[in-house]
Design a protein around this ligand. Structure first.
Ligand code: EPU
Length: 422
């Protein structure tokens, strides 16, 4: 196991390039299996979760090959197989093959992904949508199974705009007979990216990015080249790293639309935001930041995936910030670790009350999930002295070349072997 050792106190300064989006590439990789023809995906981030998705596709006979940042995916030799249980349980995003497998083979089986540290994460909306399209889908004995000779286009109304359930429903509907309407759909930019890819390979998806998505079923899809959108969560994390260190960071390839809710809050905190066709940047002011409240919400609301990093920023703000987490029921585990670095945070149900302090102090802390890990790195960059962030395998799942990018901005961070517990 590995850890990050950080010497806090350097102001981050400079430009960094955004990587391709993890949460866009995972569903797009799953969607490639709806076609018989190869696709080439450009701007693919080299991340542990992407490698796991490659292995899952390989298990079904899909060939994958990397050429630098391009991922060649050839589904022509695909066959139906029992699910690779251990692989799928490594990553929650493996559930994204449910819709494509069902659309392609008329059947699909997945091990129930189960809970993870941020919440229980059930699959009931995915299952309900597939049933709505005429599938016999159920959760039983630790597995989700779905069967349908050919899915039937229908009207689906999601109970909640779940990202994964929207993506699985879109992918299942691509080859269904007739028209599917998904109401109360998630509006995340990654869903727009998935729909764009699907349309490039011959699907007919309209309305992605709104809460009502319309899919007209087609029989056959082709292959294509497609460039994955930038990772807005990674970009936001770097902007927050700039802000928490009192520095100035510009993320090339980011755009302000997908980051609007974060940028508005950063401006309220007193940071100067600039955006151009080349990217988005943040400059710290001379005064201490002001505390501002946030509530996580489905897009375009404040992203839950940036909540922990924003909390890191608020630990040093002037005043009290209330951070409400409305998406996942257990996404405050970083708060305890931040407290061990001198932060003043109280958790009251689904809200964290963060009283800003003037200084944080380095300590050894543990990442409990991907975003919590990133947030602890940010906290360490701003703390006095040395911080060790353990369990960084979580960070490797979703941040490409994290330490190299931070080093290029002037951070003192290195990857070290984690000292085993006695
Ligand atoms: N939910 C249900 N039933 C369902 C599906 C979801 O109750 O059938 C609940 C979840 O438990 C959660 C809420 O609905 O409380 C939202 O979950 P959603 O389905 O929207 O999340 P997801 O698709 O599982 C994706 C991202 C997450 C991101 C969330 C929310 C991928 C691969 N994952 O998860 O990313 O936090 O949307 O934006 O796209 C991350 O990158 O760190 C990460 C966790």
């Amino acid at each position: 196991m590995e850890a990050y050792r950080i010497q806090g106190g350097s102001r981050l300064q400079g430009n960094v390039k955004a990587s391709g989006s993890k949460n866009a590439v995972l569903p797009i990789m799953a969607a490639t299996i709806l076609s018989d023809e190869p696709s080439i995906l450009h701007n693919v981030p080299l991340l542990d979760d992407v490698k796991v998705m490659c292995q899952i596709l390989n298990h079904y006979g899909v060939k994958t090959r990397w050429e630098k940042k391009d991922l060649h995916i050839d589904p022509s030799g695909i066959f139906y197989a029992q699910p690779p249980v251990t692989l799928m349980q490594k990553m929650r995003g493996s559930n994204l093959v449910l819709g494509p497998l069902l659309g392609r083979f008329g059947e699909a089986e997945l091990p129930f992904p189960g809970g993870c540290s941020i919440g229980s994460r059930p699959m009931n909306y995915h299952v309900q949508s597939l049933c709505q399209m005429g599938a016999h889908a159920e959760e039983k004995n630790g597995f989700i199974t779905a069967r349908a000779k050919r899915l039937q286009g229908s009207e689906i109304c999601l109970d909640f705009p779940s990202v994964g359930a929207t993506e699985n429903s879109i992918m299942a509907a691509i080859k269904a007979r007739g028209r599917t309407l998904i109401r109360n759909a998630a509006r995340e930019p990654e869903i727009v990216d998935l729909a764009r890819y699907l349309n490039v390979i011959g699907a007919n998806v309209k309305g992605a990015g709104s809460d009502c998505i319309e899919i007209e079923g087609v029989r056959k899809l082709k292959g294509a080249e497609y460039s994955i959108m930038y990772d807005r969560i990674e970009a936001g994390s770097f902007l927050l790293a700039g802000a928490i260190t009192g520095g100035e960071v510009f993320v090339e390839g980011a755009n302000e639309d997908a980051l609007a809710s974060l940028l508005a809050k950063m401006q309220q905190a007193g940071l100067h935001v600039e955006s151009s066709a080349a990217g988005v940047g943040v400059k710290s002011g001379n005064n201490r930041m002001k505390a501002v409240d946030i509530k996580t919400m489905p897009y375009p609301g404040f992203a839950t995936d940036l909540q922990s990093q924003f909390m890191a920023l608020m630990t040093l703000a002037c005043g009290t910030a209330i951070i409400a987490e409305n998406i996942f029921e257990n996404r405050f585990q970083h708060a305890d670790e931040m407290r061990r670095m001198g932060a003043n945070i109280k958790i009251i149900g689904r809200a964290a009350v963060v009283n800003g302090v003037k200084k944080l102090y380095g300590n050894t802390v543990q990442a409990s999930d991907l975003r919590a890990g990133a947030a602890l790195v940010l906290t360490g960059l701003a703390a006095e002295g040395e911080t060790v962030v353990e369990n960084i395998e979580y960070i490797d799942r979703g941040y490409e070349s994290f330490e190299e990018k931070l080093q290029s901005l002037g951070a003192h961070i290195e990857r070290v072997a984690q000292i085993a517990e006695k």
